[in-house]
Design a protein around this ligand. Structure first.
Ligand SMILES: Nc1ncnc2c1ncn2[C@@H]1O[C@H](COP(=O)(O)OP(=O)(O)OP(=O)(O)O)[C@@H](O)[C@H]1O
Ligand SMILES: [Mg+2]
Length: 249
């Protein structure tokens, strides 16, 4: 079983769009996939029309894998299950601050699901917190959507610095370009510079796409209503590129 995190310090860069579409494409490719919506905003749960119960269960998230098993919901798609977000997830850092060896705990708990799943995808909230450190330790691969602008590039550098400072596995971090608008000179030059600077930059670029934006209306992955568009094809290519990488780990 592999663990893939969609993460960025920055908000609104496409983490949720990526998590949802990668989870769908992975399940279509035959991977028994579990998407965990770690963001209390619950956007990926919304896209898959899955809701958490009323129970404030966030505090038990890091207890044992059995407590997670109880929260798993089926999606409308074969091979794809979801743990939807709950409001109580906004207190994850408080819960984690009480836990010994908190950075390791998420990986330990998730590894308990290895008989049930081939792939776990984590849709992360935009922050640099105890939760993100636990995610960095848990994930075999961390994909970081980057909108090719100056500030996003700077935030990506800050993330790498954080990894180096904390002795985290920086080789597991893979940036890719999200919401790309090729007609913009700034996007073009930022992409060129980052590609030559960061060798792990994934080749696939996800374009700015009104089809991807419309996922909120359809409440399904883009492939379900616009597979043969630039947005739909980009997410399929991105999945295939990530799949190759995961298989080589
Ligand atoms: N490739 C794209 N083209 C156009 N719009 C996009 C694209 N990807 C995402 N969006 C839109 O941009 C907004 C932010 O995307 P998304 O929610 O995936 O980002 P996020 O990084 O998960 O945000 P947050 O930090 O709030 O969790 C959404 O309205 C989404 O529909
Ligand atoms: Mg999100």
């Amino acid at each position: 079983m592999k663990i893939l995190a969609c993460y960025s310090i920055k908000g609104g860069v496409g983490k949720t769009a990526t998590s949802v579409n990668l989870a769908y494409n992975a399940a279509q490719a035959g991977y028994r996939t579990l998407l965990i919506d770690l963001d209390s905003q619950g956007a990926s749960s919304f896209y898959f029309r899955v809701r958490s119960g009323k129970k404030q269960w966030g505090k038990r998230f890091f207890d044992t894998y059995e407590s997670l098993l109880k929260q798993i919901k089926a999606s409308d798609f074969d091979g794809l299950d979801i743990i939807p977000a709950h409001q109580s997830f906004r207190h994850f850092d408080v819960f984690l601050s009480d836990i010994n060896k908190r950075q390791r705990r998420l990986r330990q708990v998730l590894k308990g699901l290895k008989k049930e799943y081939d792939l776990i995808i984590l849709d992360c909230p935009p922050s640099l917190s105890y939760l993100s450190e636990a995610v960095f330790q848990a994930a075999d691969m961390i994909v970081v959507p980057v909108i090719p602008t100056t500030l996003s590039e700077r935030t990506y550098e800050q993330l790498l610095e954080f990894f180096r400072d904390k002795d985290l596995p920086v080789g597991q971090v893979y940036p890719f370009f999200s919401m790309v608008q090729k007609q913009k000179q700034l996007h073009k030059t930022t992409i060129e510079r980052m590609q030559s600077r960061y060798k792990r930059t994934l080749i696939t670029q996800v374009p700015f796409s009104s089809d991807i934006e419309k996922m909120g209306e359809h409440r399904t992955p883009v492939a379900c209503f616009a597979a043969k568009t630039a947005g739909g094809e980009a997410y399929l290519n991105l999945w295939q590129e990530i799949q190759q990488q995961l298989e080589s780990l």
